[in-house]
Structure formats: structure tokens, C-alpha cells
Write a protein that binds this ligand. Structure first.
Ligand SMILES: [Zn+2]
Length: 206
């Protein structure tokens, strides 16, 4: 059994969405051994930093928040799809070539996994792809971009998935993972009623 960490490391110079400085996590030392007998730190970061789960409220006014997340859907079989040949966006055309079954949790491995800086032209899931996944009956989708979509002003991809209760994980790292089937443990920290949750995600290759 092999355990593969597919989470981003949180640090002050990590890639963040659109390279916005206000999105960079700040970790401050509150107490150290020069002035105290113990060490403590504090973190200030956007909940969409690094590997995280989006809840419906992120894109849907009045949508469900973190307390409604069903953790049993995040400890599950999953399928990594190799889409490294996709140049710009993942659409229905790309997904039709893959075996996607009802009840599955799909992770996209794309060229995004091979860059360590934020690429404004990152590979995303377009509206046709989201509709295809919705009709296929998946329970969740993970991407190796910091966003499941871009360049769609109406945020159709998020809305199609979140309206159906399909879980979205963003910010995965999959360069070191082969296409195939795994067990996934995606464990978000337990925060009440937020629109996103940072998570540690690992795959188990049995
Ligand atoms: Zn997000």
C-alpha cells in the first residue's frame, strides 16, 4: 500500500489565485523562546488558498455551507484521469473518451500539475464538461488548478456542479500520480458555516 500526498504546501510564497498579494497566507509568530517559554503561531489566509473544497455558497447566493458537507463522500474510491494532452479547457469532447461511471469521484491530472507558479491560462473545466459530469452522475470532481473554471463570467461550471451537490476540490498536485483507480482521503478542517474548507488530500494505491 502506497500513500500519495496530493495536497499543496501552504507557505508565504506559494502560488495563489491571480497572484494577488492579498491572497497570500501570512503566518506570524505570536510567541517564541526569546520572550517566552513556549512557541505559538497564527495564520491569516483565504479559505481558497492551496488545496480546498468549495461549498455551494461560494458561487450561489444562499447556498449550503461547510456544516452540510458529508465527510463520507470524501473518503472514497476515486479515478485519476490523465488529461495532460488538453491545452486550454476540458470539455465534453475530452471526457467522452474516458470511462466515467455513476457514483464516481473524478480527479483531473492536467498540465497544471507541472507548473509551480500561478498560470492565468490554467486548464479548466468548461460548461459542456460540467454538464457531461452532472449527467454521468459523479459525486465529486477534483482539479489541479486553483479554480475549477475561469473565463466564464456566469461561473456556469461551479453552478452546474454545486447545484447538484457535486463536491469540488481545487488545488490538487498530481504530477507524480498515474491515471487509474485509488482510494482517496480528502479531509477538510472542521469550520462551521463557511463557503470553503482547506483540506489535506491523500491517495492510497493498494
Ligand atoms: Zn475555491
Amino acid at each position: 500500500m502506497k500513500i500519495i500526498d496530493i495536497s499543496m504546501t501552504i507557505h508565504k510564497d506559494m502560488p495563489v489565485y491571480k497572484n494577488l498579494d492579498e491572497k497570500r497566507p501570512a503566518i506570524r509568530t505570536i510567541s517564541d523562546y526569546t520572550s517566552s517559554s513556549f512557541y505559538e503561531s497564527r495564520i491569516d489566509m483565504d479559505l481558497h488558498t492551496g488545496t480546498h473544497i468549495d461549498m455551494p455558497l461560494h458561487m450561489i447566493e444562499g447556498g449550503m455551507t461547510s456544516e452540510s458537507l458529508d465527510i463520507t463522500k470524501l473518503i472514497t474510491d476515486c479515478t485519476v484521469l490523465d488529461l495532460t494532452n488538453v491545452g486550454n479547457k476540458i470539455s465534453q469532447y475530452d471526457l467522452k473518451k474516458k470511462a466515467i461511471t455513476s457514483g464516481s469521484f473524478i480527479l483531473f491530472k492536467t498540465k497544471n500539475s507541472f507548473t509551480e507558479t500561478f498560470d492565468p491560462e490554467f486548464v479548466y473545466l468548461d460548461e459542456s464538461g460540467a454538464r457531461y459530469l452532472e449527467s454521468a452522475g459523479i459525486i465529486g470532481v477534483g482539479t489541479d488548478a486553483l479554480g475549477i473554471e475561469r473565463a466564464q463570467p456566469g461561473h456556469e461550471t461551479h453552478k452546474i456542479l454545486l447545484n447538484k451537490g457535486i463536491i469540488i476540490i481545487e488545488g490538487l498536485r498530481l504530477a507524480h500520480v498515474e491515471e487509474g483507480s485509488y482510494k482517496m482521503l480528502a479531509l477538510p478542517i472542521k469550520i462551521d458555516r463557511t463557503e470553503a474548507l482547506p483540506a489535506r488530500v491523500v491517495l492510497i494505491d493498494e
